[in-house]
Design a protein around this ligand. Structure first.
Ligand code: SF4
Length: 761
């Protein structure tokens, strides 16, 4: 029997702290998976769902975007996948009585963890203007209300349509078509806040803003560099791939300001040695780099390769552009600057240089540790320079591997969820549906917050996600949202974005990945694209939490018909009734999706084309792979300050908090902690277990404070500190974004420590 939702909101500032762990997964992961699953779903449902996740005839894990291996295991999920499934397939329910009992003002005082633990939403709810409580509303009335507010706008650009990366391909395509039929490209998405820097750098240098490697490439690599990523928590099944690569002879180098258990050793629960033995040591060389020092590291490695004449000249001459300018600059890379920026001993950099020169097939994997810095785009461009130098693009066992977060964040972008769409996509869309799409670029996530703050966006619609908690500069974002006329959230669970609202607010409960989706024409399935460009189907099998719940696709199609009117020529009703009709249209608009309905029904689905990987063709401005020149920069931190990175605990997925532990880092029962290197703590007078306020410093002189954090002495790289988001997103200035990609610099926030002002209300 599933456990009841917690009534009280547990304190989060009294964690137990013990030594960090040296290995990930193993029997404890199995135990935690089953315990947390049973608490939400009960034993029978736990079994029914966990044996279907990531299976060919099952549903895609609503967690991260790690791909499925060709042949899946009986249990093809990780601990955090089990938690993600349990969160969605929970037996807990939120009904009208809950909202009648809890005024929004009270809910706004509750933690995100408590809100999320209350259960699945079961009916549309309206918070009308001036009301204190959400009350039930019919679907038709909800759509009519949204239409009324949209029609009252003086321009379609006064509305913004946000997408969280869990949205299926089918719903995403219909959603962008609706927004563009309405007349706007205001299609911000969660990618704006995570891998946008990767997309920008890869599109410029290789012509395709996605990773070029497959699982097979990982298994046959000579050298795998994992930079700015913590797969043990954020992409746990990647550890199986690293273990397999390691057993095939690969060398693994991890580059990270924190020693992470998942990169140290993996106890694979699918194998005896993982359950009862020591598992597999993964990392051969750990470079504990300073926050933001990765650009300098790749610059140094490139100088070493050039000076050791390790260049693949044949590849460079045949496929690359801009080598001379790059070569000239790279040879000027200053060792002292590199040492200052990386905080690494030169011997370690040289050792990595030797490994690179001894390797024919090299892969670089990365995540937020590279993408959420001011110089993120130049850093990723320099990593591409590093791979191009020795021809490590378009070679089996080699390539670029940005590891995506949300399970379909890449698919949503492929479907057109992008505020800066390519002209070719708009041409194809306009031709297919007989209209002229808007051409002016829209707002990304940060610009949407600015536009709401300044009253230029008045209606905010979110397809999934928890925009308020995921965004930077919390106080600014919340004030901006409150300036809206209407905020609408299509959601499965309650979160902070439902209690920080516009003058009017709607919650539209939707089906999840685990739920059966039956329409008038029968059972429907959706499709997603993983981090390696594989598109496959996902079929939920559970009875929906309540009758009358609509799928994301049905919500978009009914809304579109209501807003655009009976005269709109798009067959929204057909799309909602039979997703094959939607896929047939996608097949004619999106390259690589020809015969979509046939290909997506194949076991494992299909892999999208990728010119650089498949044929070393580079659809860039030069028609070649572009070397780039990237000035050596690194974050500057004034004396007496540290550079804070926001990160996830092991019991968290993006802003969804599954529990209050961070087992691998030795934190139990609390989240208001700040990890500081003991030597830095001594210099700053920060005692272990003491409480402080974190105050960020930014050129606008605004005081951004996160009160009452327990100091934990932790082996982070000198000069840096770490704390969980969303609690510390309040410290990230809205205008502190990466050049070119406009991604918030959540890994580089200058903070000072002040005496504790006491626990937040
Ligand atoms: S690795 Fe990611 S996709 Fe796979 S089961 Fe875990 S959370 Fe889900």
């Amino acid at each position: 029997m599933a456990k009841q939702a917690p009534q009280s909101d547990p304190a989060q500032d009294a964690p137990e702290v013990s030594a960090p762990q040296q290995a990930a997964a193993g029997l404890p992961a199995v135990g935690h998976s089953l315990r947390m699953a049973a608490e939400q779903m009960g034993a029978r449902r736990t079994l029914a769902t966990l044996l279907k996740v990531n299976q060919p005839d099952g549903f895609d894990c609503p967690g991260c975007a790690w791909p499925e291996p060709g042949k899946t295991h009986t249990a093809e999920f990780c601990e955090n996948g089990a938690k993600a499934v349990a969160e969605e397939a929970t037996e807990r329910r939120i009904r009208a009585e809950f909202f009648a009992a809890h005024p929004v003002a009270e809910l706004a005082e509750r933690s995100g963890y408590w809100l999320g633990q209350q259960g699945r939403l079961t009916q549309p709810m309206l918070l009308d203007e001036g009301a204190t409580h959400y009350t039930p509303v019919s679907w038709d009335d909800a759509f009519a209300l949204i239409a009324e507010e949209l029609h009252a706008l003086d321009t379609p650009d006064a509305a913004a349509f946000y997408t969280s990366g869990r949205t299926s391909n089918e719903a995403a395509f219909a959603y962008q078509l609706f927004a563009r039929r309405l007349g706007t490209n205001n299609l911000p998405d969660c990618s704006n806040m995570c891998h946008e820097s990767s997309g920008s750098a890869l599109t410029e240098t290789l012509g395709v803003g996605k990773g070029s490697v497959s699982l097979k490439d990982l298994y046959q690599a000579d050298l795998i560099i994992v930079a700015g990523q913590n797969p043990g928590t954020n992409h746990p099944r990647m550890l199986s791939a690293l273990e397999r690569a390691k057993r095939a002879g690969a060398t693994i180098v991890s580059v990270n300001p924190l020693p992470e258990a998942g990169l140290e050793r993996f106890k694979n629960p699918q194998q005896a040695r993982g359950l009862v033995g020591h598992g597999t040591k993964l990392t051969d060389l750990f470079l504990q780099i300073r926050l933001g020092g990765d650009l300098a590291l790749f610059r140094a490695l490139n100088r070493i390769v050039l000076e050791q004449d390790g260049v693949d000249r044949a590849f460079v001459d045949e496929h690359c552009h801009g080598f001379e300018e790059f070569d000239e600059q790279a040879r000027t890379t200053d060792r002292a600057e590199v040492l200052a920026a990386t905080g690494l001993p030169w011997e370690q950099i040289e050792e990595l240089g030797r490994l690179v020169l001894a390797s024919r097939k090299v892969i670089v994997c990365w995540a937020m540790g590279l993408t959420q810095h001011k110089h993120a785009v130049p850093t990723i461009r320099e990593a591409v320079n590093f791979l191009l130098l020795r021809g490590n693009v378009g070679r089996p066992g080699a390539g670029v591997c940005p590891v995506r977060g949300h399970s379909n964040v890449q698919g949503d972008r492929t479907m057109g969820i992008f505020e800066r769409p390519a002209a070719a996509f708009l041409d194809a869309l306009g031709k297919e549906f007989g209209f002229e799409p808007p051409r002016a670029h829209g707002h990304d996530a940060v610009d949407t917050i600015r536009a709401m703050r300044d009253g230029r966006v008045r209606v905010f619609f979110a397809m999934g996600g928890n925009f308020v908690a995921a965004s930077p500069d919390t106080d600014v974002t919340e004030a901006a949202i409150r300036r809206c006329r209407l905020t609408v959230h299509v959601s499965t669970k309650l979160n902070r974005s439902h209690v920080v609202t516009g003058a009017r607010a709607l919650i539209l409960p939707t089906l999840g990945r685990t739920d059966r989706d039956v329409t008038g024409t029968g059972a429907q399935f959706v499709s997603v694209e993983d981090s390696m460009g594989q598109v496959h189907s996902s079929r939920g099998g559970l009875r929906p939490p309540a009758p009358g719940l609509l799928s994301e696709t049905a919500i978009v199609c009914r809304l579109a018909r209501t807003v655009l009117g009976p005269g709109d020529t798009v067959p929204w009703e057909d799309f909602a009734a039979d997703y094959d009709t939607l896929r047939d249209r996608i097949a004619r608009v999106v390259p690589g999706f020809e015969d979509y309905n046939e290909k997506v029904r194949r076991p494992g689905g299909f892999t999208l084309p990728h010119g650089p990987r498949d044929s070393r063709t580079f659809p860039t401005a030069t028609g070649r792979a572009n070397f780039t020149v990237n000035p050596l920069t690194a974050p500057e931190v004034p004396p007496g300050r540290l550079l804070l990175q926001t990160l996830r605990s092991h019991d968290q997925y993006n802003t969804t908090v599954y529990g209050l532990d961070d087992r691998y880092r030795g934190i139990k029962g609390g989240r208001r902690v700040v990890l500081v290197n003991p030597a830095d703590a001594a210099e700053l007078g920060l005692a272990e277990g003491g409480f402080v306020d974190l105050v960020s410093e930014w050129r606008d002189g605004v005081e951004r404070r996160a009160p009452h954090f327990r100091v934990v002495h932790y082996p982070v790289a000198r000069g840096g500190a770490a704390a969980y988001y969303p609690e510390t997103n309040v410290l990230v200035p809205l205008d502190s974004t990466a050049d070119i990609s406009n991604t918030p610099t959540s890994k580089a926030v200058v903070v000072r420590f002040e005496p504790d002002s006491g626990a937040p209300a």
